[in-house]
Design a protein around this ligand. Structure first.
Ligand code: ACM
Ligand code: ZN
Length: 681
């Protein structure tokens, strides 16, 4: 069967699906199925296919009936185009037997049968499909959790938008939609006991997130003309839960505790340390009222969402107000808590206990590790994988969403051609390269790795179209990592992603134009030769600890950075002005000296206003050579790189070159500098 897979894969690679009509095989779809064998013969799915279900398949029947323009029940199993056999048991696995007359889809559960059908539908509907190759498929997911996060706080999305994304998720066999329902930018779920959450905390005067943040991040009454925002009624949420469940997708609601809660403390200031609106980002942990609120809210949330897991956030609490709050201090004293980390941990434990008492478990971002992990918590590892790996070693379940690979709010192509984003560069290939089963995970703990998830934070993503642009095709890579065996072949994945992206386009999704991807920064693709390679650099101001690059070697190693400062250590970051001295080793003729800096304002990275070049023969007395000024608007919002170049007069020579660059002063705090190479010729 493996040989069949390889041969068909190789032939298909020569025949891009879209260029001519072709018979599609299971090796053309995403996610790649586990075992495939292809024989002679073709099955063509009729535009009105008949089906027969043997066994308990109520969610599958609901789905087929929702799609009644495509499917009709058959009177007899032998007459059906599609024969489903649901045998009972557990699992999302399935087998397909494809013959010219009928496809038999066998699975223990309706979920497995649904996935068998999705495999078949993708083959029938990919662009250029001229039928489905006969043969067999035997398939099962690698991980039980395959997620996609939708941030509906920063920008509210309609239930119709969510259903449309559920449809796309189902095609890719993703099975968890994580809804980030609450954050400072707006509360999105109707809560009967706390009406101000949706009368007030769900609305803001400015539509654009940045304008809202710059204008003091205020809320407004829902009735105010032009109020921007929205919320889901319980009925809408219940309807969504059912729609998702019929497509084997569980909605996981996230209610942020105790940070990212300014909308709550502004609507209900009595839940904050200061007792005043617009002061605290965090809930007060000292006040009992906070826990009454959380229990009330979570009770209503669990009433609407039947998911086994409830996400309670836990990330990025500032903990600022807690240090001086009499209630928080009294709580710490009474409970014997040594610091504010333990106070946060107390809050998470308490919320967990409540959620557990209702028969559910919590998920929290990896900060919930700080101050002691709650006993039954599942950790969502986002600040790299370290927190996740530590939690797995301690016997906790983990969902991996490391920012470097799974944060798809980062740019997916050359930033100059992309919409404004929060920064970074995470193209499809990078997402696809992620392998969650780290070699440090022991075999007896591997079952704690539940799976993977793509996260799309929406600060800079105002429209539905833009959100789809960011999701597709990158969630296809997450789907393949979550479902398929870990062997990788990017060229083959890309071929399949191009087809599925075109299919989504034809259905009205606004996917990224993968065909015309520009790719990585050209300067970073090959080493650059110059006279300063390997020379000594002395730092009058040291690099920032989190961004050392390769320390003293970074700026003279002949390798340029790519579109992001994250990841490969080619860029070096500074939380101060920049001031280094390059020692050429001997007095050296200088034709040109260049240094480049990065601009990425979403990540507080700005070009220097000016770069000063000075020369010396003794390393002590420097003579100014030239100051190069930037002509770029320091708040130009997109990522770009700029070279600051001097070409000294003919016959200029020196042994030492000093380069100084200043950081701009942002009104809201300190900018940082990033550079990757000093090029001397
Ligand atoms: C996060 O990105 N703050 C979870
Ligand atoms: Zn407090």
């Amino acid at each position: 069967m493996r040989i069949g897979t390889l041969i068909v894969g190789a032939v298909a690679a020569l025949l891009p699906l879209t260029s001519l009509a072709a018979v599609v095989t299971p090796n053309d779809i995403i996610p790649r199925p586990a075992q495939v064998s292809v024989v002679k013969g073709v099955f063509r799915l009729p535009s009105q296919a008949t089906y027969f279900i043997k066994g308990d398949g109520s969610t599958l029947a609901n789905y087929l009936s929702d799609e009644k323009e495509k499917f009709t029940p058959a009177q007899k199993a032998s007459k059906a185009d599609l024969l489903f056999e649901i045998t009972g048991g557990k699992g999302e696995n399935y087998t397909l037997e494809i013959t010219p007359k009928q496809v038999k889809i066998k699975a223990p559960t309706a979920a497995g049968a649904f996935y068998g059908l999705q495999t078949l539908l993708q083959m029938a509907e990919l662009p250029g499909s001229d039928g489905i190759a006969c043969g067999k498929v035997s398939d099962a997911p690698r991980f039980p959790y395959r997620g996609m996060m939708v941030d509906v706080s920063r920008h509210f999305r309609s239930p119709e938008f969510l259903k449309k994304q559920i449809d796309a998720m189902a095609k890719m066999k993703l099975n968890r939609m994580h809804l980030h329902l609450t954050d400072a930018a707006g509360w999105r779920m109707e809560i009967d006991k706390y009406p101000r959450l949706t009368e007030f905390a769900a609305w803001r005067p400015e539509a654009k997130w940045q304008d809202w943040a710059d204008n003091g991040a205020k809320y407004c009454e829902s009735t105010r003309p032009g109020a921007y925002g929205g919320f889901y009624t319980k009925q809408q949420m219940r309807d969504l839960v059912k729609y998702a469940a019929d497509r084997n997708i569980t909605i996981i609601p996230e209610i942020e505790v105790p940070g990212h809660s300014k909308e709550v403390t502004s609507a209900y200031p009595e839940l904050s340390c200061s007792g005043k609106p617009y002061v605290d980002e965090d809930l007060c942990i000292g006040k009992e009222k906070t826990f009454e609120f959380l229990e009330d809210v979570l009770t209503e949330v669990m009433d609407v969402f039947p998911s086994a897991h409830i996400h309670i956030g836990g990330d990025e609490a500032s903990k600022r107000g807690w240090r001086d709050c009499p209630d928080c201090k009294a709580r710490m004293e009474k409970e014997g808590l040594k610091n504010v980390d333990e106070l946060q941990s107390y809050a998470i434990h308490r919320v967990e206990e409540f959620v557990n008492s209702k028969g559910r478990d919590i998920i929290g971002w990896d900060e919930i590790l700080e101050g002691g992990l709650a006993p039954n918590a599942t950790v969502m590892s986002w600040r790299g994988t370290e927190g996740g790996l530590k939690s797995i070693a301690a016997g906790h379940d983990v969902i991996m969403t490391p920012g470097e690979f799974c944060y798809i709010d980062y740019c997916q192509d050359a930033p100059f051609k992309e919409p404004i984003s929060i920064g970074g560069y995470t193209p499809l290939k990078k997402v696809y390269s992620y392998e969650p089963l780290d070699s440090s995970i022991s075999a007896d703990k591997a079952h704690h790795l539940l799976g993977v998830q793509a996260n799309l934070w929406a600060e800079y993503i105002p429209t539905d179209e833009h959100a789809e642009y960011m999701y597709y095709p990158r969630t296809m890579a997450i789907a393949e990592i979550g479902w398929s065996t870990p062997e990788k072949n990017y060229d083959d994945f890309l071929r399949r992603a191009l087809s599925l992206t075109e299919r989504l386009d034809s259905l009205g999704y606004n996917a990224f134009d993968l065909k015309n991807e520009f790719g990585e920064r050209k300067e970073s693709l090959a080493p650059v030769r110059h006279k300063a390679i390997g020379k000594k650099v002395t730092y009058n101001k040291k690099w920032a600890d989190p961004y050392p690059g390769t320390q003293e070697a970074t700026l003279v190693d002949g390798v340029r950075g790519g579109w992001t400062y994250g990841g490969n250590k080619r860029w070096q970051g500074f939380f101060s002005d920049f001031d280094v001295v390059l020692d050429m080793g001997e007095v050296t003729p200088l034709n040109s000296i260049a240094i480049d800096f990065m601009q990425a304002p979403g990540a507080w990275v700005h070009l220097p206003e000016k770069v000063e070049f000075e020369l010396s023969d003794n390393g002590v007395d420097f003579t100014p050579l030239e100051t190069v000024w930037s002509e770029v608007d320091p708040y130009y919002p997109k990522i770009l790189m700029k070279d600051y170049v001097v070409t000294p007069a003919p016959d200029t020579k020196a042994r030492y070159i000093r380069i100084k660059a200043n950081r701009i002063k942002r009104p809201d705090g300190s900018a940082c500098l990033f550079t990757d190479e000093i090029i001397v010729n």
